[in-house]
Write a protein that binds this ligand. Structure first.
Ligand SMILES: O=C(O)C1=C[C@@H](OP(=O)(O)O)[C@@H](O)[C@H](O)C1
Ligand SMILES: C=C(OP(=O)(O)O)C(=O)O
Length: 428
């Protein structure tokens, strides 16, 4: 295999500003495109996923410009979106695909959405079934489960939904459709998923009622363009929190990381494992809390991760599994079957990859059991095109005895452009 070789390091020192939050960047672009008036987004994530959202908006007739990480959207209201002359391409991004379907369910035209090989194998019925119930007409392979999916939107009727899994993409799609439906739409989830859509809709002037796992919107809400400052992505910070905990020496500061409580499961778990992570200056901007995080090396202990915690750290499980394989004692991760339908089957790929690097790990139907050990020898692994795996393997290389060769490291660009160059800056 001819991958990128990541060599072992002994320490890290310095400051890393992680790029903008992916979930919040998607929502800022989408809501800006749905709104009336100007929306100015700062610290927009230049990952391929968020660029896919901007690309789809352009096809729908939304005017925007970008300079570096600043984006200006000139919204004319979602009722002025135009029928696209081509298929919309969401690339690798589940968030783009599902949230777009939600908004487009209320547009009186026909649109076809597709994505890359990975996205075309991910389940969409969790969104298309409820949108059909609201009144959209949808066709796709396996009864509307697999992209390409064609939607003929139009008049929608608000509904009350109870979802089977906690998914912010499903919740957001239904709330965005609900804004264009007659009456009220409510979504009740089994446990609370990330609530960035609810927070940002309020910022754009829409009334959203929420009580823990139940959220309601009324049809006809108008969005007004806003200034949105995107905090650093805690899911990207996670790689440095684990690296900084497990290197032998040094200290890292990660300024301006988003610490929305629906996302901080990774910090809670690492702290419970014995990590030395501290919140420094904190503030709240545009309805989203942020803080500087300081991480120092420490000995980690195994832990059980399950239940309500899972949606609060779902994307961080690959890097947490690496942390667990270098911790003292056993870690069990359960209730995380959702990992099997992400960019890859992350349970299978993480277990296979960590095993190849020397870890003791057993795959469970809904998680994994990991016996920690003092070291990983290293070896050759692939990202299989999954950005979170690419970065997990790179961190594994830095923490290993002999280094790790990562096939398709470039996949990291989906959520963290120039990941390796940025880490290089803090390596001692
Ligand atoms: O709404 C979002 O921005 C996201 C929600 C989560 O997916 P699910 O909604 O499928 O849980 C997460 O895994 C994804 O990376 C981003
Ligand atoms: C699952 C992820 O994203 P998405 O669902 O938007 O592709 C992720 O970023 O880990």
């Amino acid at each position: 295999m001819g991958g990128v070789f990541v060599k072992p390091i002994t320490g890290v020192k310095g400051e890393i500003q992680v790029p903008g939050d992916k979930s919040i960047s998607h929502r800022a672009a989408l809501l800006g495109g749905m709104a009336f008036g100007e929306t100015h987004v700062t610290n927009f994530l230049l990952g391929q996923d968020c660029l896919s959202t901007l690309g789809c908006l352009r096809e729908l007739g939304v005017a925007w410009e970008r300079q570096g990480t600043e984006v200006w959207l000139h919204g004319k209201g979602m009722d002025n979106w135009q029928e696209p002359a081509n298929v919309l391409d969401a690339g690798n991004s589940g968030t783009t695909f599902r949230l777009m379907l939600g908004v487009l369910a209320g547009s009186p035209f026909s649109v076809t959405l597709t994505g890359d090989d990975s996205l075309r194998s991910r389940p969409m019925r969790r969104v298309t079934d409820p949108l059909k119930q609201m009144g959209a007409r949808i066709l796709g392979r396996r009864e509307g489960n697999l992209a390409p999916i064609t939607m003929q939107g139009g008049q929608l009727l608000g509904q009350s939904f109870q979802t089977e899994v906690a998914s912010a993409q499903v919740k957001s799609a239904l709330l965005l459709a609900g804004l264009r439906a007659k009456g009220e739409t409510s979504v009740q989830e089994p446990t609370l998923s990330r609530d960035h859509t609810e927070r940002m809709l309020r910022g754009f002037g829409v009334e959203v009622q929420s009580d823990n796992t139940i959220v309601k919107v009324k049809g006809g809400g108008k969005l007004t363009g806003q200034n949105v400052s995107v905090p650093g992505d805690i899911s990207s910070a996670a790689f440095f929190l684990v690296l900084g905990s497990l290197v032998r020496q040094g200290e890292m500061i990660l300024p301006e990381v988003g610490i929305n409580p629906t996302r901080t499961g990774i910090i809670d778990v690492l702290q419970a494992m014995g990590a030395d992570i501290e919140y420094l200056e904190s503030s709240e901007i545009c309805g989203e809390p942020r803080a500087a995080l300081r991480v120092r090396p420490s000995q980690l202990r195994g832990i059980e991760i399950s239940g309500d915690l899972i949606p609060r750290l779902i994307d961080e499980i690959p890097i947490l599994a690496l942390a667990a394989s270098l911790a003292e004692g056993e870690t069990v991760i359960r209730d995380a079957a959702e990992l099997r339908i992400k960019e890859t089957d992350r349970i299978k790929r993480v277990a296979e990859g960590l095993k190849a690097l020397g870890a003791t790990i057993e795959e469970l139907p809904d998680g994994m059991r990991i016996k920690g050990r003092p070291e990983l020898h290293g070896g050759e692994v692939s990202s299989f095109g999954d950005h979170r795996l690419a970065m997990t393997w790179a961190v594994a290389g830095m923490l290993s005895q002999e280094g790790v060769s990562v096939e398709n490291m470039a996949a990291a660009n989906v959520s963290f452009p120039n990941f390796l160059e940025i880490v290089e800056k803090v390596v001692l």
